[in-house]
Design a protein around this ligand. Structure first.
Ligand code: ZN
Ligand code: ZN
Length: 162
């Protein structure tokens, strides 16, 4: 499991209204490696308010970043903004003066990783024949097969004749 301490916060003597902590943490520090589908060139940005609640603390706030993914259809790289603006963790009966939220926040951000990715809703994908990206225009084999349309001959038939 992740051994990082990217999100350890001091919780001693919190004022009643809490404190706001913000900054950036790299995904590598969170033990979230790049893979074939998702790369993380940007850091994870966080802005969190830590407030005292009873014997514990309440942590609320926002995590955001931008991923580089691969379009499912045309395989082009796509920048995908991600955000969890409803981070909320309530920790009770704390011992010590430090809370470690690394595992919790790591799970939060992994939950908003998209499962699918398209560069645009109407992405045309790649030609199954030649592999050309059809968003860049029709490929040679498309135009050629249109010319050999087997139904083309029917256009010449006069269907009004009995
Ligand atoms: Zn695409
Ligand atoms: Zn083609």
């Amino acid at each position: 499991m992740a051994s990082t301490t990217a999100f350890q916060f001091q919780i001693q003597d919190l004022p009643p209204e809490g404190i706001v902590v913000s900054g950036e943490v790299s995904f590598a520090e969170l033990d979230i490696p790049d893979d074939d589908l998702v790369r993380c060139p940007e850091p994870l940005r966080y802005e969190l308010r830590i407030s005292p609640v009873g014997q514990g603390v309440l942590i609320r706030g926002r995590l955001s970043s931008e991923l580089e993914m691969t379009c499912d259809r045309c395989l082009d790289p796509v920048r995908v903004p991600i955000e969890d603006s409803e981070v909320c963790h309530h920790l009770e009966h704390l011992e010590g003066v430090i809370v470690d939220l690394t595992e919790d926040l790591r799970e939060d951000i992994l939950l908003v990783f998209p499962q699918t990715c398209l560069c645009q809703d109407e992405c045309l994908g790649l030609c199954p024949e030649c592999g050309k990206n059809l968003n860049d225009g029709p490929c040679a084999c498309r135009t050629a097969s249109a010319g050999e349309n087997p139904w083309g001959a029917l256009d010449g038939l006069d269907l009004t004749e009995r």
